[in-house]
Structures are given as C-alpha cells and as structure tokens.
Ligand binder design. Structure first.
Ligand code: ATR
Length: 290
C-alpha cells in the first residue's frame, strides 16, 4: 500500500458490478512496484453522467470503464481516440488539464490490444492465419477488430445467428453456425462467450473432438483459470492462452496510457493470479473478500 497523502493520484474502475473486479489488484501492484504515489479503487456506478462529473470534480487522473458503461461514457468525453470511436466502446479514461486549467477527459479502447498482445506474448502468429471467434458481444467485437488489424482471416461463430451475422457484417468477415465448425479448417480458436465460467465449469462452446484441428486456443473466461475448453485443448495438443492474459494485456496498455511507461507485466500477472486465488479460497470458505 502506498502512503496515501495530499499528493496521491486517483485512479479507479467504474461499472456495475465492480466489487469482484481484479483490476484494482493488478493496477495497485503495478503502481506500488514502481514506487508511484497512486491508488486505484473500484467504484460501482449506476449514473454515468454523475460519475463522469465526479471523476472531473474530484481530480481523478484516469479510470477503467467496464460493463455496462463502455458505450454510455462516450457522450461525456472531450476527446475520443479514433480506434475507440470505430469500435464504439471505451474502456479507458485519461484525465488531464489544458493550459487554462480545464479538465480534458480522453477515451480509449485497450480491449482490442489485449487479445492481440496476449496471443503475441504466447508467440502465436496471427498474420495470414484463419482465426475463429465464438461470440457476438462486446468482447467479440473488440477481439475481432484487433485480429483484423493484425492481418488475420476472421470467422465469427455464435449461438444466435442474427447477432453473429450482424457482427460479421460489421467486421466484414465470414459467419458460420456453431454446428458447421466441424467442416471448417482454421489455425486459432478464441472463446469470447461466458460458456465454461463458474459455476457451470463443465460448459464448452465447441465439441472437444474438434479442438485438435487448431494449433492454438484462447479463452477470455478466467474463472476458473483453466476452463474446460483450455483443458481439452491442451489434451488435443493445442497451445493455450488463458483469460487472465487478455485482462493483463489490456491493463498493461491502460498503464502505458496513464503513465507513458511500459507496464510491469510480470508484477501485474502475479497480482492477478494472487487475487484470483484469494477469491477462490473465499468462495470455498464463504467469507467476504477483504
Ligand atoms: P460481452 O459484451 O461481455 O461480450 P454479451 O454481450 O452478453 O457479453 O455476449 C455474450 C456472448 O456469449 C454472446 O455471443 C452469447 O451468445 P448469444 O448471442 O446467442 O446470446 C454468448 N453466450 C452466452 N451464453 C451462452 C451459452 N450458454 N451458449 C452459447 N453462447 C452463449
């Protein structure tokens, strides 16, 4: 814990719910490891307009934005990063002062960078590779956007065809039904749905028998850290990337935006794993996480 005093700079996460967010552990560990007098707090928010005034009025320097406010914050920004504008969602705020002392709030999206960086850190090549993304929500949109930026040939699949097709149109890529995955050849499979998340840890979005045809499989679910999808993928001989990797790398990019410095990713990953272990232990013993 830093010594909180009159020079402490404020950061946090707005969303609802945020009580179980792992981001405070990750960012506070990063700030502390570099001796920065900064704190990052979870802030449950219902009213985005009030929260944005609050961040400005209280002198916050930066914030993460999570579900369900990633789109709703946009009208309250002074500047919107062009990529966040294209994706239509903001997960990072940077607050600074202009020459007249006015607070300027800038919005960015680091989710799309998170998936790419997580795959790059695992030495998984994307350029020219065919990548299947399961899901059609906000996570699929950001991940899909990043994959196309990285030069991948993207295929979207989703339980509900209409929303899958709509996302595929937006990304200008192919859509296939989940049932047709058996006929597809591809290099990488990425799950962006909540299938496999606690408490339904037996869930798997793709028949395990199909996993052997991919060289790499990534899951954005991180509770449990080894989902059934990743376990079956390992058994099938695939390289795997877990859900903490995307959380870590989108957070590392946030850290860079807030500080102008490269993030201490090993410290951040260790903090995420520790926070996840504490959560799991508390879930077993029934105590509230402190
Ligand atoms: P986010 O914005 O976090 O990505 P979301 O918008 O709720 O979350 O999207 C959830 C995704 O998970 C959707 O693609 C959803 O599929 P549908 O469009 O058919 O609803 C997918 N999903 C959730 N539960 C699922 C399940 N049990 N089986 C298959 N897909 C599921």
């Amino acid at each position: 814990m830093p010594q909180i005093n009159g020079n402490t700079e404020l950061f946090g996460i707005i969303g609802n719910p945020v009580r179980h967010s792992l981001s405070p552990a990750m960012h506070n560990a990063a700030f502390a490891s570099l001796g920065m007098n900064r704190v990052y707090v979870p802030m449950p928010v219902n009213d985005v307009a009030q929260a944005m005034s609050g961040l400005r009025g209280l002198g916050f320097r930066g914030a993460s934005v999570t579900v369900p406010h990633k789109e709703a914050v946009i009208p309250f920004l002074d500047e919107l990063d062009p990529v966040a504008d294209r994706i239509g969602a903001v997960n990072t705020l940077l607050l600074r002062h202009d020459r007249e002392g006015r607070t300027i709030v800038q919005g960015f999206n680091t989710d799309w960078i998170g998936a790419n960086a997580a795959l790059a850190a695992a030495h998984i090549e994307l350029h020219g590779k065919r990548v299947v993304v399961a899901g059609a929500g906000g996570a699929a949109k950001a991940v899909g956007f990043g994959l196309i930026e990285a030069g991948a040939e993207l295929v979207i699949t989703n339980r509900t065809a209409e929303s899958g097709q709509e996302l595929a149109r937006w990304l200008a890529c192919e859509f296939i039904e989940l049932d047709d995955l058996a006929w597809l050849t591809a290099d990488v499979f990425i799950n962006t749905t909540s299938v496999g998340m606690e408490p339904d840890t037996d869930g798997i979005i793709i028949p395990p028998g199909l996993l052997g045809k991919f060289s790499a499989v990534m899951d954005i679910v991180y509770a449990p850290l080894e989902t059934r999808l990743l376990r079956e993928a390992k058994t099938a001989g695939c390289r795997t990337v877990d859900g903490l990797a995307m959380l870590l790398h989108q957070g590392a990019e946030q850290f860079r935006i807030w500080t102008g410095m490269a993030a201490p990713v090993q410290v951040m990953r260790a903090a995420l794993e520790e926070a996840l272990r504490r959560k799991a232990a508390c879930a077993v013993c029934g105590k509230v996480v402190r």
